[in-house]
Design a binder for this molecule. Sequence first.
Ligand code: SAM
Length: 313
Amino acid sequence: MQLMFAWLEITVTTDSVNAEQVHGLLDTLGCLGTAQVWKLEPDSGEQQVTTQLVGYLPATEDVTEKLIWLQEQIDYALAHGWLFKPVTVTTRILESEEWEGPLREVLPPLLIGDKFLITLTDSEVDNPENRIVLRLRSLGGFGTGHHPTTKMCLEFLEKAMVAVDREVESHQTKGRRVLDVGTGSGILAIAAAKLGAKEVIATDIDDAALEAAKENAKRNEVEGKIKFVKSDLLRQVKGQFDIVLSNLLTPLIKDLAWQLKSREVLTQDSLWIASGVSSEGWKEVKPLLAKLGYRIIDECELAGWVAFKAELC
Ligand SMILES: C[S@@+](CC[C@H](N)C(=O)[O-])C[C@H]1O[C@@H](n2cnc3c(N)ncnc32)[C@H](O)[C@@H]1O
């Protein structure tokens, strides 16, 4: 089962005098990469210019409330003469295959946590804070960082001791061994490699995701550190890991909790960072984790999703 993540394309068609205000409303709504298109339309023999403002909004659970808010703002502004008719709003869900096109070009670089800067193109990015740049041009798999579940994982990951030395058979090796279950675009695996992990195993059940993740790893010059494995959860995974990352849906997180324990993938010092549990599902997952012998170290909730950090008791 895959977590579907779509973008909503919002088009506001209006008179060009309204353009700046509508642009402001789309920005406040949380739209990314708002673009403006002028259209010449024949009107009773004369040519009239209309403007289309197009914004892209991650179609998260609260998207309906956001669209209602937009319509209310427009109605209020029209009633008070701050906007002039016509103003019409249309929306369209963009499927993931459409991401490869114009959407990628208009989405601005994204800052996550204190350390990451994500860009969906290969172009140079302004990076005055000298952040770790994650280049994710290949979008065959989920994971641009715009979804709250990915964002929360990255925020937990940047604070984990990824680069710290570990002892293997009585000698020190640099960096931790990391497992990323359900790698999608490779975003978490690449982030772990760039943070200084010694070795990363990244799995996915989906061939297209693995292909995209491999391309992204090359693009980020960490292909030597990440091994990609096609696997249904832990089926093809061997060994123990210091850090396990998993942004999956609630039922898969429950299965994974069981598999991590029964296959002894975690040691007493390992950290499990998980995300993708719905707020509703968390009421069921949290007690299950306690029953299986996990201790929740930290948890956070964003836009109806929960991420957590856990270790074995
Ligand atoms: C929500 S995406 C997460 C992508 C990325 N890790 C991120 O954090 O943005 C979940 C990924 O898990 C993969 N997946 C779904 N079921 C799986 C399973 N049983 N075993 C391994 N991967 C699975 C999907 O193909 C998808 O790429």
